[in-house]
Design a protein around this ligand. Structure first.
Ligand code: FMN
Length: 224
């Protein structure tokens, strides 16, 4: 069964790339829904124009791109495997993930915009991404919402509480610095790794806390 990955129009398309690489490296299958707004953030953040008609080429380019501007070593040939990666149009409300009878392990929204958070909290189903998220909740499957906005207004905070009450994992895209990050990609991978942790998918994206202070590479000196 696939994981549904929803990419909405918050800043943070490198987080989505890192989660997708992590899922595929772990042998998972992915059903991908890229919102219309997220195509603007992807273009802005990477220069990649994501097209429904050329999604395989565009996704390969996206996954090959590291957050530090260097190529990632991930083998993008897996994107050509129709069994492992499926793309659904953002407006395709007849797509598989819009029905509860379509099998999935759950859904990861990375990054999640406040508009998306609101839409899912209120059950708007204004596009396939929001519909798939509502379906995931009603079927009692795992929903991880990696919200990215700062500061947060009261409205969004209330929507996030609604999602938490509904059983979703609210996971702010908020990197930590204790794992010895030295590159932007390390910070991206920390957030992506926490998303995969919430999904129960194995990975080696960041160094876990082991109960000893001073393990980072910060000014206090560390072992990294
Ligand atoms: C360059 C850019 C960056 C944005 N960053 C954020 C953001 O970090 N968080 C957010 O909630 N919205 C952000 N937005 C606004 C969303 O894209 C907008 O609310 C959109 O309607 C979200 O639609 P979606 O949830 O259907 O993808 C950004 C928009 C642009 C163009």
């Amino acid at each position: 069964m696939p994981w549904i990955v929803g990419v909405s129009g918050a800043s943070g398309t490198p987080y989505a790339a890192a989660v997708l690489r992590g899922l595929l490296a772990a042998g998972e299958s992915v059903d991908l829904v890229v919102s219309r707004a997220s195509r603007l953030t992807l273009l802005d953040e990477t220069g990649i124009g994501y097209r429904d008609s050329h999604w395989r080429d565009d996704l390969r380019e996206w996954l090959a791109r590291g957050a530090d501007g260097k190529p990632d070593t991930f083998d993008v040939s897996v994107v050509g495997d129709g069994e492992r990666v499926r793309h659904w149009g953002a407006g395709d409300l007849a797509a598989g993930p819009s029905s509860g009878s379509y099998p999935s392990k759950g859904m990861l929204i990375v990054p999640a915009s406040t508009a998306c958070v609101a839409g899912v909290a209120l059950g708007l189903s204004k596009d396939l991404l929001q519909r798939a998220a509502s379906v995931t909740l009603k079927e009692g499957r795992k929903l991880v919402v990696a919200v990215r906005e700062t500061p947060l207004n009261g409205q969004t905070l209330r929507h996030l509480v609604t999602l938490d009450d509904a059983g979703a994992v609210v996971l702010p895209a908020s990197p930590a610095f204790y794992a010895g990050a030295t590159h932007i990609q390390d910070l991206v991978d920390f957030v992506a790794g926490r998303v995969l942790d919430a999904a129960g998918v194995g990975h080696g994206l960041y160094r876990r806390w082991e109960g000893e202070l001073g393990g980072g590479s910060g000014p206090r000196g560390g072992t990294a």
